[in-house]
Write a protein that binds this ligand. Structure first.
Ligand code: MG
Length: 454
């Protein structure tokens, strides 16, 4: 059966993949999945085609017999929070998250506020391909879409309720926010104001043609980082399109990956908030988290790459301190089990307030590693053979084989995993010195050459 769902929702280019007929069939399958009379909350971010897609989805759900509520423009975590707390049976978010502007997509959310799991996605795919749809009788088609405009306010108040407002307000922070011309602009600046922080917002108008690419990375945030120094801000935060990710920029204009900020946040939860539990993250995250948190007896659980699986594992285990991905998605369970850009930002401000240190000082206290990321074009069979030989070559180190192979040693870690979406083998490694990093890469490189040549 052909898959529709990628790592998080169904994505495609508007007008090419996302055409009316496809959207109607997908929404019909989603309607069949939730069932008649289910209460569904629909939200959207600002992307080309978003409003049209939302109307098609809502109309189709109504004609499938569901009760549909419309939250309008809202970040994914705000919609998820409302679904979880306001008695909805589920929801649909129209977004392509961090993808380039020509993409849009549909995330399906369960009653717990988390994107549906892999088994549930397969059910929707089955309904889609077998066209097991239901259309209501005219006598049942009298429902209208109900406007539900309270979502963003509810969410902002929930986020600020989790942190020490007085401690943050006393510091008179100035924080730069870059919501990439998308829905984060409706909530994160408001969170900051309510915490007594002065927000400086760039790329803050809602615009389907954003001023930078939506994925927050050191490259796409280069201009944002300059603005942090020009406006003399204490911190900068870059969101992705639907504002579930937060990548931080220190006051000196350095952009820091999410596994580094998550390490600081996890330590903050233990040291300043007295919280306990295990940390859940994908194997692509740095082992810095282990180096730092082992001093507090906090265990790290390595999982397959993908935030949806991490969220569901955390919810089932019930013992999570937090969860995260290196791309800036951070999950704080007392609030919700999903990535949340504004919650992450509020917690980071609380950390800065409690430590009384600049952001750059906090990041500099982390162990320093030399990082290399490369990829090889290899089909899946060859990629798996490389992984087998890497396991052999590094058999004396700790091997984690949940998703490709992660080799963990005292002075370095190495991840070799096949991409889920393209014929590519990804290699990530970090080592305490540049020489060691290069030496490890050479060993992997010669394994790849051996496999390709054989
Ligand atoms: Mg996102």
């Amino acid at each position: 059966m052909k898959k529709l769902f990628g790592t998080d929702g169904v994505r495609g280019v508007t007008g090419i993949d996302l055409v009316p007929n496809f959207i109607v069939r997908l929404a019909s399958a989603i309607g069949a999945f939730f069932g008649e009379r289910s209460k569904i909350l629909v939200g959207m971010d600002m992307r080309a085609g978003g409003d049209a897609i939302k109307r098609i989805v809502e109309g189709t759900l109504i004609l499938s017999g569901l009760r549909v509520y419309d939250a309008g423009y809202t970040p994914t975590p705000a919609l998820q929070y409302a679904i979880k707390t306001q008695g909805f049976d589920g929801g649909v978010m129209i977004t392509a998250s961090h993808n380039p502007p020509e993409y849009n997509g549909i995330k399906v959310i369960g009653p717990h506020g988390i994107e549906i799991d892999r088994d549930e996605e397969r059910v929707i795919e089955e309904y889609f391909w077998e066209e097991r749809f239901r259309v209501v009788d005219w006598k049942e088609a009298g429902e209208s879409v109900v406007r539900y405009p309270l979502v963003n306010d509810m969410y902002v108040n929930a986020v600020i309720s989790h942190v020490d407002r007085e401690a943050i307000a006393r510091r008179h922070f100035r924080i730069l926010v870059d919501p990439v011309n998308n829905v984060g602009t409706l909530t994160t600046p408001l969170v900051l104001k309510k915490l007594g922080v002065k927000p400086v917002v760039i790329n803050g108008t809602l615009d389907p043609f954003p001023a930078r690419l939506p994925e927050p990375t050191p490259e796409t945030l280069a201009e944002t980082a300059k603005a942090v120094t020009i406006y003399k801000c204490d911190l900068g935060v870059g969101h992705d399109g639907d504002a579930d990710r937060a990548i931080f920029i220190d006051e000196g204009g350095r952009v820091h990956w999410g596994d580094r900020s998550a390490t600081l946040l996890a330590k903050h939860l233990v040291v300043h908030r007295g919280e306990r539990g295990r940390i859940y993250t994908g194997v692509s995250s740095s082992t810095i988290i282990v180096d730092v948190l082992k001093h507090f007896n906090v265990e790290v659980v390595w999982l397959k790459v993908g935030s949806v699986d991490i969220a569901h594992t955390m919810r089932k285990s019930g013992d999570a301190l937090c969860g995260f991905e290196e791309n800036g998605g951070f999950m704080y369970p007392p609030h919700q089990y999903v990535r949340d850009g504004a919650m992450t930002t509020a917690l980071f401000l609380e950390l800065m307030a409690k430590e009384g240190k600049r952001a750059s000082e906090l990041f500099d206290e982390l162990p320093q590693y030399y990082t290399i990321k490369v990829k090889y074009r290899l089909n899946r069979g060859l990629a798996l053979e490389v992984i087998r030989r890497v396991e052999e070559e590094f058999k004396d180190a700790l091997l984690i084989t949940i998703d490709g192979v992660k080799v963990v040693s005292r002075d370095y870690w190495l991840l070799v995993r096949p991409s889920g979406t393209e014929p590519v083998l990804r290699v990530m490694l970090e080592a305490k010195t540049e020489n060691l990093a290069k030496e490890i890469l050479e060993r992997v490189d010669s394994i790849v050459k051996g496999v390709v040549g054989s």
